[in-house]
Design a protein around this ligand. Structure first.
Ligand SMILES: NC(=O)C1=CN([C@@H]2O[C@H](COP(=O)(O)OP(=O)(O)OC[C@H]3O[C@@H](n4cnc5c(N)ncnc54)[C@H](O)[C@@H]3O)[C@@H](O)[C@H]2O)C=CC1
Ligand SMILES: O=C(O)C1=N[C@H](C(=O)O)C[C@H](O)C1
Length: 269
């Protein structure tokens, strides 16, 4: 039997789940040992490769995460906040690295991840791509260099099926801008203006979300001053960038101590 790290992908039938399974199957650094879907999914009980429309791969999609995680060195999880919190507990019990791409987690969800991170490695990021993580660094630097005369706005666009807003990436970029400016995003954040809003609150960081069609993910960080404007932009055209980052995180986490990490740690940025 191969000693390559065994990976379980949760949310196997999802947009990211399928991309993740293809990425792991194509890798010579890891092997796919499990695929998990929610109870009631028509994928449960089917071979994961066949369910994706290809050849059988010998991995049956299951709705029993506990059984699947017991064979895994890492769980890659792009599902929903409720599912992710549940998986964190089970991955910690199995001492498997838990790579979390799920977005839309609220403070109560994040608190529950704290417990799990005492027992196992968690790598979580609202965006697993190299490009976006580099952009967070650039955003922080630009925000550090500019004074409060420069208004900061984050604009994001995603496909029509996306359920959370602002996107996890937009929040990462907003956090980076707030850090650079020495402020707290929770206080500075203004989302989705509508109606008679009055003039822009000085020092605020604004978020706007566009939803439509099959847009993979686009993010602009706008620094606007009187007479000039800087726009930092990332455009994702292929979900493979997120899957590659997630697999890299799963491998990176293998020899790390329990705790919470992000893609800046993984990429060494
Ligand atoms: N961090 C990153 O780089 C990225 C994060 N995402 C995030 O990943 C998440 C998923 O995105 P998509 O794949 O587009 O969504 P999707 O809706 O296509 O897939 C989610 C899958 O999770 C499954 N699921 C839900 N609850 C489950 C449970 N209890 N057990 C097992 N499976 C369960 C659903 O049945 C579905 O197949 C979202 O939060 C999205 O924002 C998406 C792309 C990149
Ligand atoms: O739901 C998506 O599709 C994406 N979600 C992540 C986010 O919320 O930022 C990452 C990427 O933009 C795609």
């Amino acid at each position: 039997m191969s000693d390559l790290p065994g990976i379980v992908v949760t949310g196997a039938s999802g947009r990211m789940g399928q991309m993740l399974m293809r990425t792991v199957l194509a890798s010579d650094k890891a092997r796919l040992v499990g695929a998990v879907e929610r109870p009631g999914s028509e994928w449960v009980g089917r071979d994961a490769g066949a369910a994706m429309g290809g050849a059988a791969i010998g991995v049956t999609v299951t709705d029993d995460p506990l059984e699947a995680f017991a064979q895994a060195q890492a769980v890659i999880d792009f599902t929903s906040p409720e599912a992710t919190v549940h998986f964190a507990e089970l991955a910690a019990q199995a001492r498997a690295v838990h790579v979390i791409g799920t977005t839309g987690l609220d403070p109560a969800h994040l608190e529950k991840l704290e417990w799990a991170a005492h027992h196992a490695v968690i790598v979580r990021a609202g965006n697993m791509s190299l490009g976006v993580n580099l952009l967070t660094r650039l955003t922080q630097k630009v925000a550090e260099a500019l004074d409060a005369d420069w208004d900061i706005e984050v604009v994001e666009a995603h496909h029509r099926m996306k359920v959370d807003a602002p996107s996890g990436t937009a929040l990462m970029l907003g956090e980076a801008a707030a850090r650079g400016r020495g402020t707290d995003l929770d206080r500075a954040r203004v989302s989705g203006r509508d109606g008679i809003t009055g003039p822009r609150a000085p020092g605020s960081i604004g978020f706007s979300a566009i939803r439509g069609g099959d847009i993979v993910g686009e993010h602009d960080v706008i620094f606007a001053a009187a007479g000039e404007r800087i726009v930092l932009r990332h455009v994702a055209t292929d979900r493979a960038i997120f899957a590659r980052g997630a697999l890299r995180a799963a491998l990176w986490g293998q020899d790390k101590r329990p705790g919470q990490y992000d893609m800046i740690d993984v990429l060494g940025l």
